[in-house]
Design a protein around this ligand. Structure first.
Ligand code: MN
Length: 725
């Protein structure tokens, strides 16, 4: 049958729903113009295909105006020069989005052999149809292509049938559109296993008249028993789908004669109570086969299917299945979620899907069928991980990447070599930049260069979102350009060091390299260059190291200062030639109270914190201290025999004041070659002069001689050593 606009228009006019005929005509005219001159392989004008798709949507599902328009235009963007913008301008965003959706899912390559992959692809197709009308249009499109498959070449027939069997029929099933599912499966089977199909068809044909008579007889028997129900139940009888029988014979290995459910009789009622009543009547009329009763009313299937099933044996001994359901359940059973357009009044369907399937929820919530909402969401729930995107290679392999991934991630996910040789990329046939963010359902083609010249760019490491891609790019740089990496890494490091005011020498860099398990500083530079070592981490570590070293240096300086002080004191002690009983190498100072000199009897007092202080043995402090509570801190001390170093001693001179007194005292001292350290003179109240002179002497004998000499200076009254140094 060749569908024309007249047939479509007649159908629209006979519908009890209202349609925007002008808009539909306008869509038809645009499509007709766009496809003009193009023929299908059947020889029919191409436009007959979109018209047929629109007809199916109208006839089967009573879809809305926009869906009908989108159906008429569904191949325009894909196959002609007319763009989406034109459609959007003329027919609005809703129609444009539907056409775009159909175009996109039509581009998804469908050729996997693995069931798991196939299931993923089915999910992706549903997920891509943000507005579920997209997938319904696509199913109608595929259904018409299946119906007209005969005129296509054999390899095309097989390919299309396989796709239909693997993807579209299961999707129709998932959405509960069993009507479309069964038709698709039967046609596909005809091409996929022509012999198997013909065998079953032949079996079914053998006694076709008898079968028809049998079904009619059962129907009238049932009708008789339920004739008091008003309005009268609808009773249908049919031979089940070829494919369902085929599966039982060829897949489950049953003999044709063993198959109970070749025949199916349906009783369609108004209420659930009537359903259970009729079940009782059926079981009273025919003998039920044990374990063949199923209550899908109480426990609906995942795709919302509801019905009572029972298999009984008639008087002829022929088993048959009886399905009992309400009209509403029947609608859902045949049209699934599409039943809403067909049977629910007042639904414009004009709900462009902001969020996936949200419109279904809205519709159902308006109907206040809370259970239904659960069920339908469950039935069509797309359980792809929400944080992942699913994209395709041109061959149809699904690549799963974390959300936000781009071309670079995709290329390296396929193969390292693909990433390394990438020179460009296409998404949906259009060139895109490397940072193009991928979306579920996109088909990504990576353009590679055969030569070894290209290679990844350094900024890809930043652009890539997955660690796998980053690692692979780094790996390439690591291998391919050591010299460049060294230069790059060195510059980067020096820049950062400067910026952070860090000074490092080669030893520190080598130490840093070794910490990263690298052999040389060049290795470190190279690693920074290709990104194997994170510069920020290195800088942080070097900063810490610098601070640590500075602290250490400061601490060391302090230690040196302390040690120097101690050793200076010790030198003095050595110079003094003091030997302390039981204490070695200890700071020594000389008590100011008695100013001991070599030759004096001395004692040492262990002070708190200042080493040992040396007193004359006859010092008052010693005599008192030895009796006090700290007596154990007094130790014996001796002058070293070889003591040859000098000591300071202060001599207090009192003399009659006269001219040249100071000069003569000084001469007396210097005549003995004794250095004068300090000298001061002043007048006393009684008119005498007081000269205080500090000299450096080598021992107590020299000091005694000096004092004797000073005493002989004319006018000197007394000359004495004082306690003062
Ligand atoms: Mn099409």
């Amino acid at each position: 049958m060749v569908y024309t606009i007249e047939i479509l228009m007649d159908k629209i006019k006979s519908s009890d729903k209202s349609y925007d005929i002008e808009k539909i005509m306008s869509a038809y005219e645009l499509a007709d113009e766009a496809h003009r001159g193009v023929l299908r392989s059947s020889g029919d004008p191409y436009i007959s295909h979109p018209v047929a798709v629109a007809y199916i949507l109208l006839d089967k599902f009573c879809m809305d105006t926009d869906t009908i328009c989108a159906a008429l235009l569904h191949d325009v963007v894909e196959d002609t020069d007319i763009g989406l913008d034109v459609i959007k301008k003329k027919f609005g965003e809703d129609v444009a989005n539907l056409v775009d959706g159909v175009t996109k899912i039509g581009q998804v390559p469908l050729n996997t052999r693995e069931e798991q992959q196939a299931e993923n692809i089915r999910k992706i197709l549903i997920a891509m149809s943000k507005d579920i009308r997209v997938i319904i249009i696509k199913l109608a499109d595929r259904l018409h292509n299946m119906r007209t498959l005969e005129s296509r070449p054999p390899e095309k027939q097989r390919k299309t049938s396989l796709e239909t069997m693997n993807f579209y029929a299961p999707i129709a099933h998932r959405l509960g559109i069993s009507d479309v599912k069964e038709e698709m499966e039967d046609i596909a089977l005809r091409y996929l296993d022509p012999y198997g199909f013909k065998e079953i068809e032949a079996q079914l044909d053998v006694h076709k008249d008898e079968r028809d008579t049998f079904i009619d007889k059962i129907k009238s028997m049932i009708r008789e028993r339920v004739n008091d129900i008003q309005p009268p139940p609808i009773i249908e009888g049919r031979v089940k789908s070829v494919y369902s029988i085929y599966k039982k014979v060829y897949v489950k290995g049953k003999d044709f004669s063993e198959i109970y459910d070749i025949y199916a009789v349906r009783v369609i009622l108004q209420t659930v109570v009537e359903c259970y009543n009729v079940l009782g009547i059926i079981h009273d009329m025919f003998r039920p086969i044990p374990y063949r009763f199923k209550d899908y009313i109480a426990m609906p299937k995942a795709n919302r299917y509801q019905s009572l099933h029972t298999t009984v044996i008639g008087r002829e001994g022929i088993p048959f299945e009886v399905q009992i359901r309400t009209q509403e359940m029947h609608n859902t059973a045949q049209y699934g979620i599409a039943a809403h357009w067909k049977y629910k009044a007042g639904i414009s369907g004009n709900v462009a899907g902001e969020k996936r399937f949200d419109w279904i929820r809205q519709i159902l919530e308006q109907q206040q069928e809370a259970d239904d909402v659960e069920l339908i969401s469950e039935a069509i729930k797309v359980d792809l991980a929400p944080d992942d995107v699913y994209v395709f290679t041109p061959k149809g392999d699904v690549i799963t990447l974390p959300s936000g991934s781009n071309i670079i991630d995709f290329a390296y996910a396929i193969h390292t070599a693909v990433g390394n040789k990438m020179i460009g990329a296409k998404v949906g046939g259009k060139m895109v930049s490397f940072d193009h963010e991928l979306h579920t359902g996109e088909i990504v083609e990576i353009l590679t260069s055969g030569g070894s010249g290209a290679g990844p760019k350094r900024n890809w490491i930043e652009l890539a979102r997955t660690n796998e891609a980053k690692a692979k790019i780094r790996g390439w740089f690591k291998r391919e350009c050591r010299d460049e990496n060294i230069e790059q890494g060195k510059q980067a490091l020096e820049r950062e060091l400067k910026r952070n005011g860090i000074m490092v020498d080669n030893d520190i860099l080598l130490e840093t390299a070794r910490r990263q398990r690298l052999q040389t500083v060049d290795d470190l530079y190279a690693a920074i260059g290709y990104g194997g070592v994170q510069l920020t981490k290195i800088i942080t570590r070097l900063k810490d190291e610098q601070i640590r070293l500075q602290r250490q240096a400061a601490a060391q300086q302090q230690t040196i200062d302390i040690e120097k002080t101690i050793s200076d004191t010790n030198k003095k002690a050595q110079r003094a030639g003091v030997i302390l009983d039981g204490i070695d190498d200890c700071a020594v100072k000389y008590a100011q109270c008695c100013n001991p000199l070599p030759g004096d009897d001395i004692m040492g007092f262990i002070t708190r914190g200042y080493g040992v202080s040396i007193h004359k043995a006859d010092c008052q402090n010693v005599i008192l201290g030895m009796q006090g509570e700290n007596k154990e801190r007094w130790i014996k001390a001796h002058w070293a025999v070889s003591a040859s170093t000098s000591f300071r001693a202060t001599i207090d001179v009192i003399a009659e004041d006269r001219t040249n007194l100071l000069v003569e005292v000084s001469q007396a001292i210097s005549a003995n070659h004794i250095p004068i350290h300090d000298v001061s003179a002043h007048c006393l109240k009684n008119g005498n002069a007081n000269i205080v002179v500090t000299v450096e002497v080598s021992g107590i004998e020299q000091l005694k001689n000096l004092i004797a000499r000073i005493s002989k200076v004319p006018g000197v009254i007394t000359a004495e050593r004082t306690g003062k140094q």
